[in-house]
Every structure is written in C-alpha cells, then in structure tokens.
Write a protein that binds this ligand. Structure first.
Ligand SMILES: [Zn+2]
Length: 380
C-alpha cells in the first residue's frame, strides 16, 4: 500500500505557473527568468502558509534545472523536475541549495559559516542558493550567488527584490481546495469547502491540512457541511459571531446564512443567546475600560477586533438589553422565531443614532438657524 502523503505536500507547486493567487510575483519572476535578468537576492514576506518557502524552492529549481537530457543551460520557468538537480532540490539534499532556519541559527558562528561558504563557487550547479527562513518574522530571504560574493548582501535586505506574498482570498482558496478534492476523487459540498477556506484564513497550507482532515472523515468519498462543521467544532459560537457581525454590519447575507445554520444545527436557542451575551460583554470590556480579555474566546476576540470602529458602548448596551429580554421571550416561544425577532430588534437598534450624535446634530442645526437669522437681520 502506498504511503499516505499529506495534501499540502502532494500538491505543493513546483513551477511558477502553479503558484495560486500570487499573480504579480509569478509574472515578475517569470519575465525575469525569460530575460535572464534575475535579481541576486529576494525577500519574501507574508503570513504563514502563503508559500514563501515554496516560492524560494521553485526559484531554486528554475535556476538550476539542466533538463532531462542536459539541454537547459540557463534559468527556466519550467524546470523539468526530473534531472539530478531538480531531484536533489525536491528531496532537499542539493549541495548548492542551502536551506536554513534563521530563527534557530542566530549565532555569529552560524552566520560566519554561511558567509564563509559563500566564498566558494557552487559545487555542481549553475548557482548557489541560500534559503534563509526567518520563521518568527514571517519573512523569507532567498539569496542566490554565483561566484560573485560581493553580490551577496547577507545583512542588507534593502538590496533585495521584495515581494509581499498575499494571503489567499477565501474565494480563491475555496476554488483551489475544491479542485484538489476533486482530483482526489472526493465530492465535497460547496458550503463545506467554503467553510474550510474561511477557517484557513488565507493560508493555503492550513486549508490543505484542513481538507486532509475533512476527507479522512468520509467513508464514501462524500463530505458534507455538517461533517465539516463537526470536525471544526464550528460551534454555535462561531455561527453566533457571524450573526453578530451581520447585525453590526447590517449584512443581510451574513444574517440569513447564520439563521440557516442555527436552524439546521443548533438545538438550544438559549445557548445562542448566552454566546451573544459573551460577545457583547467582551466588546464592552474592550471599549469601555480596556479590560483584560486574555481569557476571552479567540473567535469572539477576532470578531470584536474586526468590528473596531463600527461598534460603540451605546450600541452594545442596547444589544445587551435586547439579548436579556430575549431570554424571557424564549420561555414563551422556544424556537428560531424568537431569535429572528431579536435580530430585527438589534438591527434596528444599531441604526439608531447615539445620544451624542443627536446632540451634535441639534447643536449644528441651532447654529445654522442662528447664522441664518443673523445674516437675515444684517441684510436689512
Ligand atoms: Zn530539471
């Protein structure tokens, strides 16, 4: 039986054209390769799992591939992946492609080791390449040196060609995950894929490992939204957070989606209200006295942070009252309808101006009236 290979590994791109969602980078480097005008140092920045190391390895392949029959003599955007150089780079044991983790090698000695080894020309390949991963800083340096040591600015990143690797948009990531799921012969509900992509928050690697988990749940090559929700423990809590966001942002799509999810997967309306109260109090703590939210749930904190500038104490206090009232209402009608009424009340209350705004408006109007009167009397 063939050993199972993680999807993130199995589908790791090996040529530039396969890098999903990084169009600018792909175009720039592909053109540079075509014109054989490749920068001697690159700096890739971006959050985890967007493909910094993958991109660096792809460039290493492009620079050193000699083609299956040794017919390639200069950098190529389509490395063969079969020649000895490609094979060794893919296996991580090419003598001229040196990868190291700067986070663990910070000492002067290890830096000196690198600088010393830069003095020597590549052993077997056209180019000597250093891939310096600064994990903790979400930065990756890629230096490739021929024999020109002067061109290798180990410390001077200002001489690098810089690329900011963008986070995947959820839509792009969804499509990417769906494609891979299909290649693997799985049928996954679109909403399930969307949820996986959403949870991966822009990281292809995280998305693929979530997909790995999801397909391992399935015994008939079908994966449903419900299974994925269970797997992610997408509790009522994150649904409630989405609902909260929907209300604040007056986003009907978000609200409808949350209502659907609640009515299909949540039995206990009381639990939804309890989560709501927790979100509100986290927001109040955050806004009113910068209270300690260290123990607050991560999803709730994300929600509050994302809504900064759109929520204020008055709105939250109104929502608190409405949520409390809803607990009573649920004793009379314990189903989704009560929740829907709560949502309507909250949406309305969010739109109401706060006292300070009313006061400001009144003052402004009074001022305008006074000015009109004044200019009217002086004209006479
Ligand atoms: Zn090759």
């Amino acid at each position: 039986m063939q050993e199972y290979q993680a999807l993130a590994r199995k589908y790791r791109p090996h040529i530039l054209a396969d890098l999903v969602g990084q169009d600018v980078l792909v175009d720039t480097i592909t053109n540079a390769i075509a014109q054989n005008r490749i920068h001697h140092a690159f700096l890739f920045t971006g959050t985890r799992g967007v493909g910094k190391t993958t991109t660096a390895r792809i460039i290493a392949l492009s620079l050193n591939c000699i083609g299956e029959n040794g017919e390639i003599h200069s950098p190529t955007a389509t490395p063969c992946l079969k020649c000895t150089h490609c094979q060794q780079i893919l296996a991580g044991n090419h003598p001229d492609v040196i990868e190291f983790d700067a986070a663990s090698k910070t000492g002067i000695d290890s830096m000196r080791e690198v600088i010393d080894s830069c003095m020597y020309p590549p052993i077997i390949a056209r180019n000597k390449i250093y891939i310096i991963d600064e994990n903790h800083q979400e930065i990756l340096n890629l230096f490739f040196a021929t024999t020109e040591i002067k061109k290798v600015p180990i410390t001077i990143t200002s001489r690098c060609q810089k690329f900011v690797l963008r986070n995947f948009e959820t839509k792009t990531l969804s499509a990417h995950l769906m494609e891979i799921a299909n290649k693997e012969g799985y049928k996954i509900e679109e909403k399930a894929i969307d949820l996986l992509a959403e949870m991966a928050s822009g990281s292809a690697r995280d998305g693929l490992s979530l997909l790995d988990q999801a397909i391992s749940l399935s015994d008939d090559k079908n994966v449903t939204l419900n299974q994925v929700m269970k797997m992610l423990a997408v509790s009522e809590r994150s649904i409630t957070c989405n609902l909260f966001r929907g209300i604040i942002e007056q986003d009907c799509d978000k609200i409808n989606q949350a209502i659907n999810e609640i009515s299909t997967s949540v039995a206990d309306m009381q639990g939804v209200i309890t989560d709501f109260l927790e979100i509100i109090v986290t927001g109040i703590r955050f806004l009113s006295y910068k209270g300690n939210n260290d123990n607050a749930n991560a999803i709730i904190l994300d929600t509050i942070n994302a809504l900064e500038g759109q929520i204020n104490i008055q709105i939250l206090l109104r929502m608190w009252q409405i949520a409390l009232q809803t607990i009573d209402d649920l004793k009379i009608i314990n189903n989704i309808v009560t929740l829907e009424v709560m949502i309507a009340k909250m949406m309305f209350s969010v739109r109401l101006p706060i006292p300070a705004e009313i006061l400001q408006k009144l003052q402004l109007e009074a001022q305008e009236t006074a000015e009109k009167l004044f200019s009217g009397s002086s004209a006479k």
